[in-house]
Ligand binder design. Structure first.
Ligand SMILES: [Zn+2]
Length: 363
C-alpha cells in the first residue's frame, strides 16, 4: 500500500501547499479567499479540488478542517488520496476535495471559526427556535472560567459527572448552544462564512451528479487512531441500509440515541453531514463523518476549555498560550507516524466503502 506519511503536515500553510501541489495536473482548484490572515500573516482560503468528468453520475466529496486543527488529519488523507493513484480507479466518479472548510481555525489551531462558531453546530435552520441542553448553563462557570485553574475545572466537571454520568456530562457540553458567543460549542446566530461559501460553491461543482457520498474528516473522540463512521440517518431509511452494507457494519447513526456512549455522547443539530439535503438539494446524498480517536475525552474537553480561555483573555502570546496550543495539537493531531499510518489506512478503507456504496446504489 502507498505510504502517505509525507502527505501529512504540521501547519495550515504546509498542508495547503502539499494539497495544491498534489492537485497539479489532475484537476482544477477553485479557491475562495478568506478575509482574515493566519498567525504568520499567511493567506487563508477554502479550496475545492475538482476532479473527474463533470457529467459523471456519481459524486464523492472529501472534507477537511471543519474543526480547525483536525484539518491536518483530513488534509493528509486528502493529499495522500491524490498522490496514491487511487483516483485512477474512479473514472466514473466526479470527486470534490474540500480543503480547509474552516481555514481560520485550521491556521490558528482553533476548533471554532473566526466568530468562535463551531461549524458542526452551524448548519442549522436558524428559523427554528433552539433549546440548549439544560446542563450547559450549569457547567458554564466551569467551562468558561474567569481564571484558568485545571484543578477547579476537573472538580467542576466531576460534580456534574457524579450526578449525570460521563455520557451525560459529555452530552451537556457538546450538544451546542446559541446564547453564549464566548462559550463552547457555539452555534452562531446565522450561517457562517464557511457555510455560505460551501452553499454557494459546492452545488455548482456537482451540478450533474445524481448520487453523492461525502466524508467529513474529524479527530478527537475514541481510542487512539481508531476511527468510527457516524451519520445521521434513521434506521428505516435507504441511506442507513446503504451505509450498513457498504461500510461492513461499522457505521453508527446519531439517531440511534439509545446506544449513545463516550465516543458518541449526543445527537447535536447542525453538523454539515446532517444538512446535506439543504446543501445539495435534489440529489440522493450519503454523508458521514469519519472520527479518529486521539487521547481520552477528559483531556480533549479540558484542552478545548483552556484554548477558549486563552483566546478570550488575549493570552495567545504567552508561555501558557503556547503550551495550550501544544496541548491542542496532542488532542487533535498526535505527532506520531504510527497514528498517521492508522489514519491513512482507514481513510483508504472508508473511501473504498463510499465508492462501493455509490456504485451499489446505482447498479
Ligand atoms: Zn471535529
Amino acid at each position: 500500500m502507498y505510504n502517505a506519511i509525507d502527505d501529512f503536515s504540521d501547519s495550515y500553510s504546509e498542508s495547503r501547499k502539499k494539497f495544491l501541489s498534489a492537485m497539479a495536473g489532475k484537476g482544477d482548484v477553485v479557491s475562495i479567499p478568506h478575509s482574515l490572515k493566519g498567525p504568520d500573516g499567511e493567506d487563508l482560503s477554502m479550496d475545492f479540488g475538482v476532479l473527474g468528468k463533470p457529467d459523471a453520475k456519481l459524486g464523492l466529496v472529501l472534507v477537511s478542517g471543519t474543526h480547525g486543527p483536525e484539518g491536518l488529519c483530513g488534509s493528509g488523507a486528502q493529499t495522500g488520496f491524490l498522490n496514491s493513484g487511487m483516483l485512477d480507479d474512479l473514472s466514473d466518479i466526479r470527486v470534490i476535495i474540500l480543503h480547509a472548510h474552516n481555514p481560520y481555525g485550521f491556521a490558528w489551531w482553533r476548533r471554532t471559526n473566526e466568530d468562535n462558531i463551531d461549524l458542526n453546530r452551524n448548519y442549522y435552520d436558524f428559523s427554528v427556535p433552539f433549546t440548549p441542553h439544560p446542563g450547559y448553563d450549569i457547567l458554564r462557570p466551569t467551562m468558561v472560567p474567569d481564571e484558568w485553574d485545571p484543578e477547579e475545572v476537573a472538580a467542576g466537571l466531576g460534580v456534574y459527572e457524579k450526578e449525570h454520568g460521563k455520557v451525560g456530562l459529555l452530552a451537556a457540553m457538546v450538544s451546542g448552544q446559541s446564547h453564549d458567543p464566548g462559550g463552547l460549542f457555539y452555534r452562531g446566530s446565522g450561517p457562517s462564512w464557511s457555510r455560505l461559501t460551501v452553499e454557494a460553491t459546492l452545488p455548482g461543482l456537482l451540478a450533474e451528479q445524481t448520487h453523492v457520498a461525502l466524508i467529513d474528516y474529524h479527530t478527537g473522540l475514541g481510542p487512539f487512531g481508531v476511527p468510527y463512521i457516524v451519520h445521521g440517518y434513521e434506521k428505516d431509511t435507504i441511506e442507513f441500509q446503504a451505509f450498513e452494507t457498504a461500510f461492513e457494519g461499522e457505521a453508527r447513526s446519531t439517531m440511534d440515541t439509545e446506544n449513545l456512549d463516550e465516543d458518541l455522547p449526543a445527537s447535536p443539530e447542525g453538523p454539515l453531514v446532517l444538512s446535506m439535503q439543504a446543501v445539495l438539494p435534489n440529489k440522493q446524498n450519503y454523508a458521514a463523518v469519519i472520527e479518529y480517536g486521539t487521547v481520552p475525552p477528559e483531556q480533549v474537553f479540558t484542552t478545548l476549555m483552556e484554548d477558549n480561555w486563552v483566546h478570550a483573555h488575549g493570552k495567545l502570546d504567552t508561555e501558557q498560550g503556547r503550551a495550550a496550543k501544544d496541548r491542542m495539537k496532542e488532542c487533535f493531531y498526535p505527532s506520531s507516524d504510527k497514528w498517521k499510518g492508522m489514519i491513512w489506512e482507514r481513510s483508504v478503507w472508508s473511501i473504498n466503502c463510499a465508492v462501493k456504496l455509490l456504485r451499489d446504489e446505482t447498479a
